[in-house]
Design a protein around this ligand. Structure first.
Ligand SMILES: Cc1cc2nc3c(=O)[nH]c(=O)nc-3n(C[C@H](O)[C@H](O)[C@H](O)COP(=O)(O)OP(=O)(O)OC[C@H]3O[C@@H](n4cnc5c(N)ncnc54)[C@H](O)[C@@H]3O)c2cc1C
Length: 836
């Protein structure tokens, strides 16, 4: 029987996976994986590969019978980021080889994939992907329209702007891929038990209220365990809630349709992605399979999906699916005459930012998740299973998982109503233009800063981060306060230039209220923060210290500023996206200090620029002189009618103060700052300007420039290490045992004033790839895009590259000359920050 025919082979459904299944689940296992889809099977297999053979997979129905059963089987290697391209690349190789491992033929066929552009902007986007593919040595090339017609003769290509062929992409049978992966896990000693429903969890709670999972409860008995992996697809959010963890994902309908055989529909036809048409087309059993990523997606509540849903389908709404299908007929004229033999509508789950969720939940130790695959579970599944298994085995992630870490979301984002509305656009997002700075169009306003209305009146254009609405930039009077997207300069370029210059030359006001703010206090607080953070925090009250928090592998989990408020009280400030991680991490590791999340009680206004002192001096009796109020110090002072905690620091790299103020006092503080600010030309400024200012200074952006797989030496954070402080810190031993750094973050400046930098672009020297840009933004003082690049190699090799002359940056398949710097290009001594 050909493998594709087995997809619908009913005999499989009737067969128990594991001959021991009749016995039910074991009473104990080291790890329990909930869900036997591609993700659960892969997690189990990779755990077994690391020696965790005492693992059991509990599947309510049949292995592969969830969403994995319905996938279209598109396998592609190039994704939007380096990290996910590496995961997908591994996945492709895994699928190529899994038949040998499991004895199950998954119908893997390397027919390649062709992404089409209907517009020049989309072609630019594809060229970014081309650069990424080349970086990873994945064969890909841009095709002319004639070449497109030659590789895919069924296409109507005349209206296209172009296309890119990814030669090593493939198709496969997804249900059998899940089955084969589970079979391989089984052969490694994992128990795969079908027909067992997980109904709850047993937790043990410490006197400090910290929870750890100790067992899963099922309809066929409990299984004690050390670790649980929730890989239950669209049911993961509801299951996690039973344990007290909030995991934001939500199901939506997803469609494809299969035709009868069509002349010329051979299996060698590459997969076609007509991204602007929101459709894809692949060969399937002598015919074609047409799938849609329509912009008007249809969320389904979990309650509307039967609990025993397995191999299931929903009634398709042909009016809804008819719209993308009409576009498919334009692209592939043979579809006009073809009869469709199967319309499929099945659920897949999506997250608020389009990335999956991975890792240990903050709320419950030992409870891991791998779910919310945003219609890429087949593409990423083997890589995701490997990344998770390593995380579990080593106690910390070994790969760059910053943008998929389950703790990046606010608990507020697991709200069902918010998720339902956001999910209307999630499906379409996959094929929509991936513009730089693209903002969600739905479910906005979940978390607003107290000054939102005032900032909006000043022209603020908001961007979303961890559910917060933050002022990204301010539209000048007469201009529409809206993003107009482009891969070139966007409509805010001039406005942000003015904000930038205000911060460098006058004074600028940033609302940074979305910062995560946590207090650690009480007896033992010092010992707790000393253990968690890398710097020596035993400084006199008033000291503000920039530091980092490491995992046990020595990887950077976040960066933060820590202020010693009193002998036994510390204020920790970190990024909005690190709020949940920092809170749970501190609760777990900073004992016996008491940890309180005060994010929602405090607003933050940053006043920065050479005239910021003059501005504040008019509103306070406190001395702001360098002698009385030096850099990296905090004081409680009156500013106008507000009493604030003022920190003399600035992410813009200028003289400046961050003012931490109770929510109820921020309106009066703001009004008085704005009124007094007229005299110094104070200007509102937003996150776009802040990004350019910090890029010029070479300040890191955690998540882009650094993440849990980087040591502080690799992440430009060596200065935050106090290796000799009493008692050490988490990650210190691993750092001491680790070999030399494998890369270094280095400031980079383009020579061309017009080219943009975002992140991920390739850095070359003498035609050889030497690294990649980790973050970049336009530097209005330097007059070109600036940023940081991770240059590969041990320290001497990196030195040689940095001093070795000009480099080039490949941006959307075009090379642009650039310079690397041993030190930041703007104010390398930090004189402006330290001495006013
Ligand atoms: C129409 C369609 C086309 C798609 N095409 C592609 C594609 O071409 N490429 C691609 O990469 N992705 C594609 N996807 C997405 C892909 O199928 C999913 O991302 C992937 O299958 C998710 O795998 P999973 O293991 O997370 O979920 P699932 O396969 O749903 O597995 C989860 C399992 O958990 C089990 N479970 C749930 N609750 C419990 C419980 N309480 N106790 C025990 N077990 C439980 C379920 O029964 C289920 O088997 C497509 C999806 C759809 C719907």
């Amino acid at each position: 029987m050909a493998s594709e025919e087995r997809l619908r082979d009913a005999s499989y459904k009737a067969t128990d996976f594991d001959p021991r299944a009749a016995e039910g689940p074991p009473a104990r296992a080291r790890a329990v994986v909930v869900g036997g889809g591609i993700i659960g099977a892969s997690a189990a297999l990779h755990l077994a590969g690391l020696g965790w053979t005492d693992t059991v997979v509990l599947e309510r129905g049949r292995v592969g019978g969830g969403t994995s059963w319905h996938a279209a089987g598109l396998m592609t290697r190039t994704r939007g980021t380096h990290a996910q391209t590496e995961l997908a690349s591994y996945s492709r190789d895994f699928y190529r080889d899994v038949a040998g491992l499991s004895g199950v033929d998954i119908g893997y066929y390397p027919n390649g994939s062709l992404s089409l552009a209907r517009t020049p902007e989309r072609l630019t986007e594809l060229r970014y992907a081309l650069t990424l593919a080349r970086h990873h040595d994945l064969p890909a090339r841009e095709l002319s329209l004639d070449e497109i017609a030659a590789v895919s003769p069924l296409l109507s290509a005349g209206d296209l702007a172009g296309g890119v062929l990814f030669e090593e992409d493939a198709t496969l049978n997804p249900g059998w891929a899940a089955y084969a992966t589970a079979k391989a896990a089984h052969d490694f000693g994992v128990r795969v038990v079908e027909g067992v429903r997980v109904t709850g969890f047993r937790l043990e709670t410490t006197p400090r209220g910290l929870a750890r999972v100790t067992a899963v409860e099922t309809d066929r008995g409990d299984v004690e365990c050390e670790v649980v992996v929730l890989a239950a697809g669209l049911w993961t959010r509801e299951l996690a809630l039973l344990a007290g963890a909030r995991v934001p994902l939500h199901p939506a309908e997803h469609y494809w349709a299969q035709t009868e055989p069509i002349d010329g529909a051979t299996r060698d036809l590459p997969i076609v992605r007509d991204l602007d048409g929101s459709i894809y087309v692949r060969h399937y059993r002598g015919g074609l399979l047409v799938g849609a990523f329509e912009p008007d997606g249809r969320p389904r509540t979990v309650a509307s999906i039967p609990q025993d849903f397995a191999f299931g389908e929903f009634e398709p709404d042909l009016e809804h699916f008819g719209r993308p299908l009409a576009r498919a007929r334009e692209r592939v004229p043979a579809l006009e005459r073809a009869a469709f033999v199967h319309y499929l509508c099945a659920p897949e789950s999506f997250t608020p930012d389009g990335n999956f969720v991975l890792g240990e939940t903050g709320e419950v130790a030992g409870l891991f998740v791998a779910a919310g695959m945003n219609s890429q579970g087949i593409i990423l599944g083997p890589g995701v299973g490997r990344a998770l298994a390593t995380w579990i085995d080593e106690g910390a992630p070994a790969e760059d998982v910053a943008d998929v870490d389950v703790r990046r979301f606010s608990p507020a984002q697991a709200n069902a109503g918010y998720l339902f509305e956001r999910t209307t656009e999630s499906l379409g997002r996959l094929y929509a233009m991936h513009w730089p700075f693209l903002q969600p169009g739905t479910a906005r306003g979940l978390r607003r800063v107290p000054l939102a209305d005032r900032l909006a009146a000043a022209g603020a254009v908001f961007g979303e981060a961890a559910g917060w609405e933050r002022a990204d930039w301010y539209a000048p009077p007469g201009e529409r306060p809206e993003y107009e997207y482009s891969y070139g300069r966007q409509n805010w370029f001039a406005a942000v230039a003015a904000e930038h210059h205000a911060a460098r030359e006058g004074a600028a006001l940033f609302d940074l209220s979305s910062f995560a703010k946590l207090r650690v206090e009480g007896p033992g607080a010092l010992a707790g923060v000393q253990r968690v953070f890398t710097a020596d925090l035993d400084r006199p009250p008033g000291a503000v210290v920039y530091t980092s928090m490491l995992n046990t592998r020595g990887g950077v989990e976040l960066d933060a500023t820590v202020t010693r408020l009193e002998e036994d009280a510390f204020l920790i400030v970190t990024s909005a996206a690190a709020q949940a991680k920092a809170f749970h991490w501190l609760r777990r590791h900073a004992g016996p200090g008491v940890v309180t999340d005060v994010t929602s009680g405090m607003a933050v206004l940053s006043v920065t620029g050479p005239r910021s002192r003059e501005l504040l001096a008019g509103l306070t009796d406190a001395s702001l002189d360098d002698a009385d109020f030096p850099f990296a110090q905090a004081r409680t002072i009156d500013v106008g009618w507000a009493t604030v905690l003022a920190l003399r620091i600035s992410f813009a790299g200028e003289l400046g103060w961050e003012l931490y103020v109770p929510l109820e006092s921020v309106p009066v503080l703001y009004d008085q700052l704005i009124a007094a600010g007229q005299a110094v030309g104070l200007r509102h400024a937003g996150y776009r300007a802040l990004d350019g200012l910090r890029a010029e200074k070479g300040f890191i952006h955690w998540g882009l420039d650094a993440g849990p797989a980087d040591t502080p030496y690799e992440a430009g954070l060596a200065a935050t290490l106090a290796l000799d402080k009493p008692g050490g810190f988490i990650g210190r031993e691993a750092l001491l045992a680790t070999g030399p750094p494998r890369r270094r973050l280095v400031p980079l400046l383009l020579e061309d004033p017009d080219s943009p930098l975002y992140h991920g672009e390739t850095v070359l020297q003498g035609g050889r790839i030497v690294g990649r840009v980790t973050s970049g933004a336009y530097g209005h003082t330097l007059g070109a895009a600036a940023g940081l690049a991770a240059i590969q190699g041990e320290p001497a090799a990196v030195d040689e590259i940095v001093t070795g002359g000009e480099v080039e940056v490949e941006i959307a398949a075009r090379r642009v000359p650039a310079r690397l710097g041993a030190r930041p290009f703007y104010d390398p001594e930090g004189a402006r920050l330290r001495g006013g």
